[in-house]
Design a binder for this molecule. Structure first.
Ligand code: NAP
Length: 242
């Protein structure tokens, strides 16, 4: 039995990851700022699932979340963390308020770093191998008009992935990013119909991605077969960045 921590599992991609990990037999704990009905329903169905309130980006809350999650999992060792919680805010940088870009970077980049640090401390205490998967974005490598802060946060996350992979390889801890293209979740619901159609036209697979297009890669990176894959950013985007 293995315990996996997922940040931002209350909806969207995070919820899909939580469900697929539960179906694959993992103990799963997740967090978000607000508890959704899906969280209550999963807690009712699975005794090996628990939701915790936590504001990712707040170092103390993140430390408390990891501590509570590991206490809840009892003697099931922590195997992996999926750094999924993220926010996107659109606006050209010249008119983007400092507070908004600070908040975004705090959640998407510092938040992921804090959570990785707490989980690495647990791996050290357990003297165990482990897996870290960071949910990045193709916007981190390609950029997108109106998403400068978001793009910077995801490029930073990919840098964190590469550095942590080097730092922790000897302890059999792998660290990888998954960079999805545009997914049909709440985050992309603010896309105008024009932009959505433009993205679909430019995507060789001719559609937006779904949560189910991404979750198999997450479970693969947690499997024995992925033991020698580290420091990589795996793009899953229907070919749009070809
Ligand atoms: N949708 C896309 O097109 C797309 C494409 C590429 C990459 N991604 C990445 O995929 C990840 C998931 O995105 P999504 O589309 O599933 O977004 P989503 O539907 O908006 O879900 C985001 C999740 O993160 C949680 N969250 C946000 N801020 C948080 C915070 N400060 N502390 C704790 N939890 C927080 C949300 O819950 P609360 O709001 O209740 O906290 C929710 O559970 C993100 O990292 C995103 O950047 C998305």
């Amino acid at each position: 039995m293995k315990h996996v921590i997922v940040s931002g599992g209350s909806k969207g991609l995070g919820l899909g990851i939580v469900k697929s990990l539960l179906q694959n037999g993992y103990h799963v704990s997740t967090c978000s700022r607000t508890k959704t009905n899906a969280m209550t329903e999963l807690e009712d169905i699975y005794s090996c699932f628990q939701w915790f309130p936590c504001q990712i980006g707040d170092a103390q809350q993140t430390a408390d979340f990891v501590k509570s999650a590991c206490e809840w999992a009892q003697d099931v060792p922590l195997w992996a963390v999926i750094n999924n919680a993220g926010v996107a805010k659109e606006g050209v940088l010249a008119s983007f308020p400092n507070l908004e870009s600070d908040d975004l970077l705090q959640v998407n980049l510092n938040g992921a770093l804090y959570l990785a640090r707490e989980v690495l401390r647990v791996f050290l205490r357990q003297n165990s191998a482990g897996r870290i998967v960071n949910i990045s974005s193709i916007i981190g490598t390609r950029g997108y008009t109106g998403l400068a802060a978001y793009s910077a946060s995801k490029a930073g996350l990919d840098g964190l992935t590469r550095a942590l992979a080097r730092e922790n390889g000897r302890r059999n801890i792998t660290v990888n990013s998954i960079a999805p293209g545009y997914l049909d979740t709440e985050m992309s619901s603010t896309l105008s119909d024009n932009k959505r159609q433009q993205i679909i036209r430019r995507t060789p697979m001719h559609r937006l991605g779904s949560v189910d297009d991404i979750t198999p890669a997450v479970t693969f990176l947690l499997s024995d077969g992925a033991a020698f894959i580290t420091g990589q950013t795996i793009t899953i985007d229907g070919g749009i960045t070809n």
